[in-house]
Each structure stands twice: as structure tokens, then as C-alpha cells.
Design a binder for this molecule. Structure first.
Ligand code: ADP
Ligand code: MG
Length: 218
């Protein structure tokens, strides 16, 4: 509060740093994601996401698009091509809808990023039909984008707003543990899924944590 906000823009380097940090967090947590998916799915979420993010980072390093929309679309297409499972098309749609929301710009302001995140959540819902409490990645991403929007609207800096978003994502992730899965493989388990944290909500919380760590700059 009271900060003079003169340099709050998110450029292509910041978005690249975001994806690089997401990839790093995914690799660091690959075994956790795999173990969580072993409990309520088929034990491939860690491997799926690591393969996807290795491909994304390689593409950004070698042939990065020149606009924000182009970069986000590139991320989407690389994820879809590399990640198997339900999560590939779902994250792909998330980033594709972000791309569609931003227009042909080279930098985003915080509000533009917030609108894009919200559009991503809407894409996720359009694709996977998840609602709050279904024990999916929605349960981390939806509260995160809501918290981001609220914090920015009340005048908080991008850094503080993304911190609030990350805290909301972590809370949403933790809240999946006692739930019965209603989408994807976890839904086959019914009540036996109770007591297990959702792997997709866990990777989604890492995505928001990576945003908080990189997008405000240093
Ligand atoms: P698969 O379930 O095909 O093996 P992954 O293991 O990579 O794919 O991803 C599983 C995660 O995908 C779940 O933990 C959940 O968060 C998410 N998920 C599955 N179905 C949906 C859906 N319909 N909407 C949103 N998220 C979903
Ligand atoms: Mg799986």
C-alpha cells in the first residue's frame, strides 16, 4: 500500500521466467505429484507435467514468439503436444484462453494479467466442466484468480496481489484433501479418494507460486 507503481509491467522475459520457474518447481515436485496421482489416479501426473514443461522451456529458449499472446499460445501448444492425460488438454486450454484474452501486445499490465488468468479459468471450465469442490486443478486456480483480481482492485501492488493469489491457490489445494473426486480418474474411486490431496490442484498451486516468484520482477 502506498507504493508508487511505475514499473508494473509483465513482459516476454517475465513470462519466460514464469514458465522456467514453473518447470523447475514441477521437476522438484515430480515425485510428490506422482505419489499423489498414484493414490487417486494412475501415477503419471508428475511425469506428464515434467515432460510438458521441459518441452515448453525448450521452445521458449529456441524460438520464442514475439507477443504475449503468441508466447502464451506457444506454451499451450507445447503442453498439449507433450503432456498426456487429462491435464495436458486442460492446461493447454487454460493457456490458450489466456492468449485469446490479451490481444497483440508485447507487455501486460497487472490488470491484463488478471483478466487473462480469469479467462484461463473459464477455458478450463469450458473444457473440463469442473466446479468448485470437484477436487481438481480448478480448486486452486479459481480462488487464485479471484484473489488476484480483488487485491489489484483494492490497490495492492502486483507483488502483493500475486502473493495473495498464491496463498489462495495453496488454500484451495489443501482443501481438496477431504473431498470426494467428481471429475477425471479420482471420480472412479468415490469415497476412497477422501484424505488424498489432488495432484492437479497441487501442480496448479505451483503455477501460481511460480507467478508470484517471477512476474513482479526482482
Ligand atoms: P490423467 O488423470 O488422465 O492421468 P493427469 O494425471 O496428468 O491426467 O492429471 C490429473 C489431474 O487432472 C487431476 O488431479 C485433476 O486435477 C485434473 N482433472 C482431471 N479431470 C479434470 C476436469 N474435468 N476438470 C479439471 N481438472 C481435471
Ligand atoms: Mg494421471
Amino acid at each position: 500500500m502506498g507504493d508508487v507503481k511505475v514499473t508494473e509491467t509483465i513482459d516476454l522475459d517475465a513470462l519466460t521466467a514464469w514458465m522456467r520457474e514453473f518447470g523447475r518447481l514441477i521437476s522438484d515436485n515430480r515425485d510428490l505429484l506422482t505419489d499423489l496421482d498414484a493414490a487417486i489416479g494412475d501415477a503419471d501426473h508428475g511425469v506428464n507435467m515434467e515432460r510438458a514443461m521441459t518441452t515448453v522451456v525448450h521452445a521458449l529458449d529456441t524460438d520464442r514468439a514475439a507477443t504475449v499472446a503468441g508466447l502464451l499460445k506457444q506454451v499451450a501448444l507445447e503442453i498439449v503436444s507433450a503432456a498426456g492425460g487429462a491435464s495436458g488438454p486442460l492446461y493447454g486450454t487454460y493457456f490458450l484462453r489466456m492468449a485469446s484474452a490479451v490481444g497483440e501486445v508485447e507487455v501486460l499490465d497487472p490488470q491484463g494479467f488478471s483478466i487473462a488468468m480469469q479467462a484461463g479459468v473459464e477455458g478450463l471450465v469450458a473444457r473440463g466442466k469442473a466446479a468448485a469442490g470437484d477436487k481438481t486443478m480448478f480448486d486452486a486456480l479459481a480462488p487464485a484468480s479471484e484473489a488476484l483480481g480483488k487485491a489489484l482492485a483494492s490497490g495492492e501492488s502486483l507483488r502483493d496481489a500475486l502473493r495473495a493469489a498464491s496463498a489462495a491457490a495453496n488454500e484451495g489445494r489443501d482443501a481438496t484433501t477431504p473431498l470426494v473426486g467428481r471429475k477425471g480418474r479420482a471420480s472412479y474411486l468415490g469415497e476412497r479418494g477422501i484424505g488424498h490431496q489432488d495432484p492437479g490442484a497441487t501442480s496448479a498451486a505451483l503455477l501460481v507460486a511460480a507467478a508470484a516468484a517471477t512476474l513482479p520482477g526482482s
